[in-house]
Write a protein that binds this ligand. Structure first.
Ligand code: DUC
Ligand code: ZN
Ligand code: ZN
Length: 497
């Protein structure tokens, strides 16, 4: 090769155990212009000219993680508190944990009759800030006729999913409003994510606890029993069935809700579901730590009672009830009495009141390592849940979530060769989010991403500099309709009932 000749490839990955949702094999990978160019048997590319060569040394090489449930730079929505990560810190944390694309939320305020302001404001917050690629779900809290008419504009702007809530004063929709949203989503080919908890029952339970002065963090879990999630899940499925349109139940925590979902899926309904590591790892006991510590693990739905519930969630991951595994990264600083968890400690409630604890836990950086280290999923299933299915259901496939030559972006997570990393405890001091704790402090992991690549660029090199990607490298990715559910273009007809 002469000096003026460009190497054939920008990067080659040698000796990988390449895992996709479909299979596992020993391959070398060639990358050119940000895309996967070639997968070839191990050794084939050993002497191919490339600007950069990475030896995976037999380790897993996977499509980059896609975290489809991340809260960044949001105003108070879940009671008090403001999310502590912005698009820079949140996405930096993502790449350090092997995630190459996130989907966060563009929240419509109830006072707004349009959705487009929310989309524009969120786009501005993200512009030139992100370390990884990103998109938004529109969070619909006021489905006016104007907002519903704007669903078609969302599609034009590459947004193919919305989230709605069945709880929280600032966000909750009534059943008739949910039907309005679902009907329009059906017409426009939008996937509707639903936060399924019965807000009225939750308020009633909260009043019962207040009447008895039971206000400690653990009563957050008491106020939101499984039945309240299961009822709302059932209702959401019924509303989705009436309109005949795909729905995805987010952050499912209860095995009983998972059972309802599985029954609907068995009937052939387009019902999808998400769960998160907190529901395989944390329990109600984590909310009952001394002092106010339990507030760190207050999220909604809450962590459930114990091992049996965790087993139910693992079973749902293994048997396909859950379509995706996200983090629900919802970062609040603990030691902050204005915007953090401690905002629930006031002159009126000097010990704190669970009702005012901002709901959410950080987890975008720990999602993949915690799940892989648990060793409960085949590597293919792991990729399906954490990358390929999120890409499919949210209209990013096969640009993301796959390793198809010529089509897929070269987004990769490369792990350590087996047994070369000593198990180590997660420590908040090593994480990159803007939060002063992790709910997983001290939990042991046996794996961590060694390299993260986005569009062919190494952005995380754990042993040589850590975060080596640049703020602003992450791009907004336009999305298409879900490729998991078949489109239903025939008009919905009330006379069919
Ligand atoms: N729902 C979320 O999706 N995230 C945090 C809080 C909540 O209730
Ligand atoms: Zn939610
Ligand atoms: Zn969330």
């Amino acid at each position: 090769m002469t000096i003026s000749e460009k190497p054939q490839y920008d990067c080659i990955i040698l000796n990988g155990t390449v895992v996709t949702a479909a299979d596992v094999g020993c391959y070398d990978i060639a990358i050119k212009d940000g895309k996967i160019m070639l997968l070839a048997p191990t050794g084939y590319l050993a002497s191919a000219p490339a600007t950069r060569v990475i030896d995976a040394e037999g380790a897993y090489v996977m499509p980059g993680g896609i975290d489809a449930h991340v809260h960044l730079a949001e105003p108070p929505l879940f009671g008090k508190g403001r999310t502590a990560d912005d698009y820079a810190t949140g996405t930096k944390s993502a790449i350090a944990g092997g995630t190459t694309t996130i989907i966060s939320f563009a929240p419509q305020d109830k006072s707004q009759s349009s959705l487009l302001g929310a989309l524009d404001e969120t786009s501005i917050k993200a512009a030139n800030q992100a370390y990884c690629d990103y998109s938004f779900h529109l969070l619909v809290s006021n489905p006016t006729s104007q907002a519903l008419d704007e669903f078609s504009i969302l599609r034009e702007r590459g947004i193919s999913s919305i989230k709605i809530y069945m709880t929280y004063e600032a966000l909750q929709l009534r059943d008739n409003q949910i039907l309005d949203v679902l009907l329009k989503a059906r017409t426009e080919g939008i996937t509707t994510m639903i936060h399924a908890e019965n807000g009225d029952v939750l308020n009633w339970m909260t009043k019962q606890l207040e009447d008895r002065s039971l206000l400690a963090p653990k009563y957050h879990a008491t106020s939101r029993p499984q039945i309240l999630e299961t009822e709302a899940t059932n209702r959401a499925i019924a509303l989705g069935e009436l309109i005949d349109t795909p729905i995805l139940i987010v952050h499912v925590s209860s095995p009983s809700a998972a059972e309802v979902i599985r029954r609907a899926q068995t009937k052939g309904l387009p019902v999808y579901a998400e769960t998160c590591p907190q529901y395989m790892i944390l329990t109600r006991d984590d909310l009952d730590k001394p002092g106010f510590e339990g507030a760190k693990c207050v999220c909604s739905p809450p962590p459930r009672e114990g091992a049996e519930d965790h087993e139910g969630i693992w079973a749902g991951l293994q048997n396909g009830t859950f379509t995706i595994l996200s983090s629900d990264h919802c970062p609040f600083v603990f030691d902050d009495s204005e915007n953090g968890k401690k905002a629930a400690i006031t002159a009126e409630f000097p010990q704190g009141h669970f009702k005012y604890i901002p709901n959410g836990c950080p987890g975008v950086e720990t999602r993949l390592a915690l799940t892989l280290s648990a060793n409960r999923l085949t590597p293919q299933k792991f990729v399906e849940l954490t990358s390929s299915n999120p890409a499919k259901i949210y209209g990013l496939y096969p640009q993301k979530g796959a390793l198809i030559p010529g089509l897929s972006d070269a987004d990769l997570t490369i792990w350590y060769p087996s047994s070369t990393l000593d198990p180590f405890p997660i420590q908040n001091s090593t994480l990159h989010h803007n939060v002063d704790y992790t709910p997983y402090e001290g939990k042991m992991v046996s794996q961590w991403p060694r390299y993260t690549l986005i569009r062919g660029e190494v952005v995380w090199d754990r042993d040589n500099g850590g975060v080596v990607g640049k703020k602003g490298y992450g791009q907004f990715v336009k999305r298409d309709r879900s490729s998991l559910s078949s489109s239903n273009s025939s008009p919905w007809n009330i006379e069919n009932f």
